[in-house]
Write a protein that binds this ligand. Structure first.
Ligand SMILES: Nc1nc2c(ncn2[C@@H]2O[C@H](COP(=O)(O)OP(=O)(O)OP(=O)(O)O)[C@@H](O)[C@H]2O)c(=O)[nH]1
Length: 343
């Protein structure tokens, strides 16, 4: 009889490196002749990270909401269908960076009632530079990052190329205070020994999430849930991008999705991104520029911009998604619209 399908949850704040880790994990499983599948959750209504996942990897997308609240109820069904239709050897669940992993963890556990799967790990990727910048903060972002660290069974302290080497030990000891048990690796571009997954899967039983993250003290790991998840404050305004309203710990996160009517000037776009307010901490997009024939996947995380040439096999929209807190969507929309008119 086939064993229960192992599931790994990839958690971590927006832009920390979850997709970077996922791509390497997929390559690792494929190289050893195993079949990985992916369930991806994005706040925006287009799956841009999915563009980075190789063709031929079964993938289910849960868009336009945070997996841990608005669409958690569907998670079990999606996992069941993914297994039934594709018979994978492993499943990676990549959450939105605004998600609280304890909720997803419970969703995956619920799903094991519908199909044979076993949660094997909650891997939290931490953006070292962002965590340092947030240090001693009292904001919701910092609290959510702490929750994500607490809930992890594996920790990857990523982007250490962006911090001074002397600060690494300080960060590590702070993380250790939140989560003393999970093995931690400091990385650049999430380069960890992928054999880690085999070791995790060989170990018997389901992932043991640190006790502080569960049970009676669940609020330590975010928020209470249950009936509150159908709270009427989960409203979306799809016409003007949407704001993720909720009572949850990530209720401050806003999303604006902009569909461009045509190609735009690359320099004007870079200039706009260069002066985005601090409150916009993450952006992604697929962009057609008027001054080059190539199509680009655009990434922006905490003031770092990246453009990667892509050649998708199917038609893709011309779109940019902006994620942050309390920024003016109207102003941003007007500025993006102005780029369309320049051309
Ligand atoms: N300098 C630096 N950049 C990195 C590192 N790891 C990832 N990046 C870049 O950071 C950006 C975000 O990485 P992703 O892997 O997409 O992050 P994510 O956690 O999946 O992002 P969300 O899906 O928005 O939550 C990309 O432009 C990556 O190339 C790193 O160690 N150092």
């Amino acid at each position: 009889m086939k064993r229960a399908v192992p599931v790994h949850i990839l958690s971590g704040f927006l832009g920390s490196g979850k997709t970077t880790l996922l791509s390497q994990a997929i390559d690792y499983y494929k190289l050893s002749g195993r079949k990985p599948a992916v369930l991806m959750n994005e706040l925006g209504d287009v799956n841009l990270d999915g563009m980075l996942v190789e063709d031929g990897v079964p993938m289910t997308e849960m868009l336009s909401g945070c997996i841990c609240c608005t669409i958690r109820g569907d998670l079990g069904l999606e996992l069941r269908d993914l297994i039934r239709d594709n018979d994978p050897d492993v499943i990676f669940v990549e959450c939105t960076g605004a998600a609280n992993p304890i909720e997803i963890l419970e969703g995956v556990t619920d799903a094991s009632l519908l199909t044979e799967l076993e949660l094997k790990s909650v891997i939290t990727v931490i953006d070292a530079a962002h965590l340092l910048a947030q240090k001693n903060g009292k904001g919701k972002t910092f609290r959510l990052m702490q929750d994500q660290v607490r809930c992890a069974t594996q920790l990857i302290l990523n982007k250490i190329d962006l911090i001074e080497p002397g600060r690494l030990a300080e960060l590590e000891s702070e993380i250790r205070e939140l989560n003393p048990a999970a093995p931690m690796t400091a990385t650049v571009r999430c380069q960890v020994d992928m054999a880690m997954f085999d070791a995790i899967e060989r170990s018997a039983g389901t992932a043991e999430v640190p006790s502080r993250a569960g049970g009676a003290e669940r609020h330590d790991c975010g928020h209470e849930h249950g009936e509150a998840c159908s709270h009427p404050s989960h409203e979306h305004d799809h016409e003007n991008g949407h704001e993720v309203h909720s009572h949850h710990s990530h209720d401050h996160v806003m999303v604006y999705t902009h569909y461009f009517s045509g190609p735009i000037d690359s320099e004007a776009f870079e200039e706009l991104v260069g002066r985005l307010p601090e409150e916009v901490y993450r952006a992604k997009g697929i962009l057609r520029f008027s001054d080059t024939a190539s199509l680009f996947l655009f990434q922006y995380a905490y003031r770092e911009m990246d453009f990667v040439k892509i050649a998708p096999k199917e038609a893709v929209p011309n779109v940019a998604v902006f994620i942050g807190e309390h920024f003016s969507k109207d102003r941003l929309a007007a500025e993006l619209k102005a780029l369309e008119q320049k051309d």
